[in-house]
Design a protein around this ligand. Structure first.
Ligand code: XIL
Length: 448
């Protein structure tokens, strides 16, 4: 019998409660289905994100929903080429930085969108070609990925480079005309600039097995065979009123190549099947271990880029739509845990009241790695935490973010920084570090 994850947890905690009661120890509360999208996705190591903009940070009603529901954000426009390099060599990170610091203050991860794309280029880049454009493009990748280094979960390094229709080939664009190798050059530059970020190729009309998604599939397979650094494929999933019957199969075939899959810009035309399509997309992602997260392309219907389609999860008053409930239920039904999520042994050991536990996720390459450490509060809120990690001999910690380390080799201690010491009961926060050699495998210790 297959018991959904929540069911298993309920059974386990029921048994645990019986033991504790027998031992005369009182406990309160019980495991219940998560009530927000982010918390529910996190139960299987996934994220649930939303596209947003810095100018919305001051909209209180909007931010109340965003902060409550999501554990990941992406800039709808603020990190695009025209926004970040309006004049050649003059970079503007103001709005991107505001979004990143909001995310960090709330323990959310950030998707980076997008380093190179044929659209929303600054006018100076539109006027370039040949090696001048290639050099400017690679410089853009290097500068922007370096600026946000250590703060981005996944970058859409290249967006929408394949043609629609039956060719399965590349789209014509000024970037494509600099040479077919522009995509791999961009991925290599991004890896050098930010080795900790997952590097994604992102596109639309890839919502099933078709000529375009097969063209992308062949590129990813080629990249993997030649060692071009690629970690993930983004399926935008701007959907109409039907869903391709091969949607899940398509996710699975990318995962089988050894890359993660992320649903990056989900929105679904309202009318008829909206809630069902949202549920099917969510179930398809939940069914594939390497489908690691879903992002919806906007919060409330009137703010969607698809004017009149009402394609989002909240209406104009911020009310949850039927589609919202369908997604939440599909997330709560569970599925395989993502490969990178903290080990079940770490997360299923309930920490002592007032205590904490920690789990490690590694993103490794030959000679180095980045580690993401999730610090989870027990039944009491944390006001400061300390995590001990054993660094395998021969390697060392070279940088850390969202935590301060003491020592770099052997037993290394990480303490919270000013903005992430407080973690609500049952909640979590994450920090990371980069190291040389092989990554830590033992479960980190946590004290609060
Ligand atoms: C859209 C934004 O939502 C709009 O605000 C903007 O005017 C145009 O771009 N594919 C992508 C996104 O990768 O960046 C696009 O976002 C939607 C289609």
């Amino acid at each position: 019998m297959r018991i959904p994850r929540n069911g298993r947890f309920a059974l386990l905690s029921g048994a645990l409660a019986a033991v504790l009661v027998a031992a005369g120890i009182a406990i309160t509360g019980s495991a219940e289905a998560a009530t927000t999208l982010g918390a529910s996705a996190a139960q299987t190591g996934r994220y649930f994100g939303v596209a947003t903009s810095a100018f919305r940070l001051s909209d209180t009603n909007y931010m109340t929903i965003l902060n409550r529901e999501f554990n990941s954000i992406v800039a709808e426009n603020d990190m695009k080429w025209d926004a970040t390099e309006p004049q050649q060599g003059r970079f503007n990170y103001t709005n991107g930085d505001r979004l990143v610091s909001h995310a960090q203050s709330r323990g959310m991860t950030v998707r980076g969108h997008t380093l190179l794309w044929h659209a929303q280029q600054p006018s100076w880049a539109q006027g370039l070609s040949g090696s001048a454009l290639r050099n400017a493009a690679i410089n853009h990748v290097t500068q922007v990925a370096t600026h946000f280094r250590g703060k981005i979960h996944s970058w859409d390094v290249v967006n929408e480079a394949f043609a629609d229709g039956g060719s399965g080939g590349r789209r014509d664009s000024n970037l494509q005309r600099t040479g077919n190798d522009w995509i791999e050059a961009a991925f290599r530059a991004a890896r050098t600039a930010d080795p900790g970020a997952k590097l994604c190729y992102n596109d639309y009309n890839t919502d099933g097995i078709n000529a375009k998604s097969t063209g992308i599939y062949n590129m990813v397979r080629d990249f993997k065979s030649r060692g071009v650094p690629i970690d993930c494929v983004g399926l935008q999933s701007h959907l109409g009123t039907t869903l391709d019957s091969t949607y899940q199969q398509n996710i699975q075939r990318f995962a089988d190549l050894g890359v993660d899959v992320q649903i990056t810009e989900l929105d679904v035309q309202q009318g008829g099947n909206q809630a069902n399509i949202y549920a099917s997309v969510t179930r398809a992602c939940m069914a594939v271990a390497r489908c690691t997260g879903i992002t919806v392309w906007g919060l409330r219907d009137p703010e969607s880029w698809r004017t009149g389609a009402n394609p989002l999860l909240f209406d104009g008053n911020g009310n949850k739509k039927a589609a919202y409930t369908a997604v939440l239920n599909a997330l709560n039904a569970g599925g395989p845990t993502t490969p990178g999520s903290p080990s079940p042994s770490a997360s299923s050991q309930p920490p002592a009241p007032g205590g904490c536990s920690a789990g490690v996720t590694l993103n490794s390459w030959n000679g180095g790695y980045t580690a993401t450490i999730r610090v989870t509060a027990g039944s009491g809120a944390l006001n400061g935490w300390t995590v001990g990690v054993i660094i395998p001999s021969g390697g060392a910690v070279t940088s850390a973010w969202n935590a301060k380390n003491t020592g770099t080799t052997g037993q290394v201690t990480f303490r919270n920084v000013s903005y992430n010491g407080q973690v609500p009961a049952g909640g979590y926060t994450e920090f990371g570090f980069q190291g040389t050699g092989t990554g830590p495998t033992a479960t980190p210790s946590c004290t609060a």
